[in-house]
Design a protein around this ligand. Structure first.
Ligand code: HEM
Length: 350
């Protein structure tokens, strides 16, 4: 645990799990802005999750899978053999944007979203509040345009998850546009930001560990579990925030009510007391304690979508190449806090 004027950061697995599973004392209402469902506490949170979780059922993911597979093939197919390509900007970003627009029915705005993503990353890195606010507002406008278009089209609106959201009820009431935009913003934040970052981490791991790449080519086995273990080793989803509602004790420290608490998933996922050497790749053994998708009531609802997209991308990359490795003629660049994973992963595909 570390204290700073901004609050308390939890690094150990046990502490992060305790706080994430005690939503009564560790509230998610950390911001003045309402974020659906991220900033909600019980009982409101449960009502919204009951409305949102059905968008990620196995049936829906199965129906979406061939479309994501085609997108992954379209992106990876034209990449040149033997030349250097960047896994983050040439695979991760376009895959995240195209999978997302296809899923939500937002075809046609891919370039706008790619430009927004680049500005969002730059704004986040700059930690300039006015820039991050402007980029968030710009995104709300993009989302609102999709919502308005469907409202205008009425019964002629396309049958996609965005249109479906307009008919969702919580406690018997249709949702106001502000909640619909908030839900879509949090879905797209997960889909665009986390998927793009996760693709970079998976590509790096496979390129840097040729034995694992070889064995997955020979026998993909449980590719989803392998990918989750790669993300545990280098979790690109760094932190979530909470605020204490009452005095709470954690790891021998007393936290006063109103203390800001940061759950550091990346650190918890590398806790030596549970995982031994955190860099050792043991998917089955480590699965039980893997916190890549969180734990507790706010556990990631998008996990089935993320898993499907990442598995399909890895399958395409392994299936469409004989091997790939880290390129040595371009720099490998880490992302910087508060973003995780890699900014650039130069690869050579063969
Ligand atoms: C590799 C990709 C992803 C990772 C690593 C990831 C990770 C996480 C984690 C750790 C949390 C818990 C946050 C907390 O406890 O405060 C979370 C929550 C959430 N994720 Fe994901 N996520 C990913 C992809 C997605 C996708 C694809 C979506 C939706 C399309 C999504 C939507 C959400 C939402 C809405 C929440 C908030 C849930 C709630 O508050 O109840 N995520 N995610």
């Amino acid at each position: 645990m570390a204290e700073s004027p901004r609050g308390v950061t939890l690094f150990r697995h046990a502490d992060v799990v305790t706080a994430a599973n005690d939503s009564a004392r560790f509230s998610s209402a950390v911001s003045v802005h309402r974020m659906v469902p991220n900033s909600l506490d019980q009982p409101e949170h449960a009502a919204f999750r009951a409305a949102i979780d059905p968008f990620f059922t196995p049936d829906r993911m199965e129906a979406l899978e061939p479309r994501v597979r085609r997108i992954a093939h379209d992106i990876i197919g034209p990449l040149p053999s033997g030349a250097t390509v960047d896994a983050v900007t040439e695979i991760g970003y376009p895959l995240a944007v195209r999978a997302q627009t296809d899923w939500l029915g937002w075809q046609g705005i891919e370039d706008e979203l790619l430009a927004w993503m680049a500005e969002n990353h730059a704004a986040t890195r700059s930690r300039d509040r006015s820039r991050t606010v402007a980029v968030a507002n710009a995104f709300d406008e993009i989302v609102l345009a999709q919502v308005r278009r469907r409202r205008q089209m009425g019964s002629a609106a396309p049958k996609d998850p965005t249109t479906e959201l307009l008919a969702v009820t919580v406690n018997g009431e249709l949702l106001p546009d502000t909640d619909i935009v908030s839900i879509l913003r949090n879905w797209t934040a997960g889909d665009l930001g986390s998927i793009a970052a996760a693709v970079g981490v998976v590509c790096y791991f496979l390129a840097a560990n040729p034995q694992v790449q070889e064995s997955l080519r020979a026998d993909p086995g449980n590719l989803a579990a392998a990918i989750e273990e790669m993300l545990r080793i280098d979790d690109p989803f760094l932190v979530s925030r909470r605020i204490t509602t009452v005095q709470a004790q954690l790891a021998g420290h007393v936290l006063e009510p109103g203390t800001r608490v940061y759950l550091n998933w990346t650190s918890a996922n590398r806790d030596e007391s549970l995982f031994g050497d955190p860099n050792v790749f043991r998917p089955e053994e480590h699965a039980e304690h893997n916190l890549v998708y969180g734990t507790g009531i706010h556990v990631c609802p998008g996990r089935p979508l993320a898993t499907m997209e990442l598995v399909v991308t890895a399958q395409a990359l392994l299936g469409m190449t004989a091997r790939f490795e880290l390129a040595t003629d371009a720099e490998l660049v880490r992302e910087t806090y508060p973003l995780g994973g890699w900014r650039r992963v130069p690869l050579r595909l063969y």
